[in-house]
Design a protein around this ligand. Structure first.
Ligand code: 1CP
Length: 360
């Protein structure tokens, strides 16, 4: 990869990850892992110390180091910025904290028209200057080595779910009640969150991120009709607002089997798929357009190696070796042995992409 970079004025031109995002052939299927930073790495605990995670995101040298740790250790084909989907809403002062072991919490949840005033527009260079400094440090470090940095944001629905529920939820009861009970207010909320995500992603790309992922992790809780009416227009606003920048855009959610066709049409170039739908079936559901990213069940990283290796080969076969970015179907589980991830990368990289059967 680095040799290809040295021959080209753009050191990222040979990146297998960026090529696969564009549906171009690669020698090996590229691989990275959602939530590859932190979590299972002992060097993460050592470097991070005891402070709040929001202050770790706001420390550019530390956040850059935590982003680089899994790249050094596993030799993955892309880095993902060490930040969180609630960083922009926290940065504009909505009142979000991230509790250790629980996730984002909001003391005063979004429930009425008056709460819209708490969602002013994001000025990325002012409100999230530390994030952009982290991106610049990382791009200086990674680009000469031909490794792209993935920026990210939370999609309007998933961020709304934290603001409305006040924290992680299993039922999304307040979110769904607002969505169906007050469609006008819901639309104004999601429109603001789309603007926040768009401003944040555009600023990360301007600072040098080579691709971006929009995490709509919890949108699989919705029926297709609700998704189509109440979420897709706002998600589409984010992707359409990025189109002029020409970078690959990844759209991801969990439990989205019934939504894949709709999600593929949001204006994104890559679609993330969880482990519930095999990639060849996902391809049938979405057609030939987007590259696919996924979809090994993260729980299998705790299974015996032969089981994991066999399933990895199946995922590679179902991906068809072109327009496929290997990943887990959701984030790395904290219990995962990091050595297993390193071995998984070696296995994916050992299989020539042209040996994988194309999907019909
Ligand atoms: O590889 C990485 O870990 C990069 C950094 C990263 C990313 C990509 C963090 C750091 N968060 C995220 C995205 C994120 N955050 C998502 C989308 C991905 C996914 O679905 O997993 C979501 C839903 C969140 C929200 C969030 N933040 C949760 C989930 C809570 C829930 O609803 O179940 C949690 C636990 C956090 C906190 C968080 N974010 C990141 C870290 C390292 C932590 C843990 C902080 C701590 O406890 O010390």
């Amino acid at each position: 990869m680095s040799e290809a970079g040295a021959l080209s004025p753009d050191p990222l031109a040979g990146s297998a990850f960026l090529r696969a995002c564009r549906g171009l052939p690669t020698e090996r299927v590229p691989v990275w892992f959602m939530r590859q930073a932190g979590r299972s790495l002992p060097e993460y605990r050592a470097a991070r110390g005891e402070g709040s995670i929001l202050s770790a995101f706001a420390d550019p040298e530390l956040a850059a180091e935590l982003t680089l740790q899994p790249v050094r250790r596993h030799e993955v084909d892309a880095a993902i910025l060490f930040s969180d989907i609630v960083v922009p809403v926290a940065a504009i002062g909505f009142g979000v904290d991230v509790e250790q072991g629980r996730g984002p919490v909001v003391a005063d949840p979004f429930r009425s028209e008056a709460d819209l005033a708490r969602l002013r527009p994001l000025e990325p260079e002012v409100d999230t200057a530390h994030v952009l400094e982290t991106v610049r440090i990382l791009v200086r470090e990674l680009s000469p080595r031909g490794i792209p940095l993935i920026g990210f944001a939370g999609a309007p629905f998933t961020v709304a779910s934290y603001l409305v529920e006040g924290g992680p939820s299993k039922t999304y009861v307040h979110t769904k009640a607002l969505m169906r009970g007050d469609p006008g207010l819901w639309a104004r909320l999601l429109d603001r969150l789309a603007d926040l995500a768009l401003a944040s992603l555009r600023s990360q790309i301007a600072a040098g991120a080579a691709a971006v992922q929009l995490f709509d992790s919890w949108v699989g809780a919705l029926a297709p009709a609700d998704y189509h009416r109440s979420v897709l227009p706002f998600t589409r606003k984010v992707f359409e607002g990025l189109a002029d920048l020409g970078v690959p855009t990844i759209h991801f959610g969990v439990d989205t089997g019934e939504l894949l066709g709709l999600m593929a049409g949001a204006g994104n170039t890559v679609l993330g798929v969880d482990w519930r739908v095999p990639l060849d079936e996902a391809r049938r559901r979405v057609g030939p357009g987007p590259a696919l990213q996924g979809n090994l069940d993260p729980a299998l990283c705790l299974a015996p190696w032969p089981v994991l290796a066999d399933q990895t080969r199946q995922v590679l076969g179902q991906g068809g070796g072109i327009g496929h970015i290997f990943n887990l179907g959701h984030g790395v589980l904290p219990e995962t042995d990091p050595d297993v991830l390193t071995r998984l990368v070696e296995l994916v990289h050992s299989v020539p992409a042209d040996s994988l059967a194309p999907t019909s």
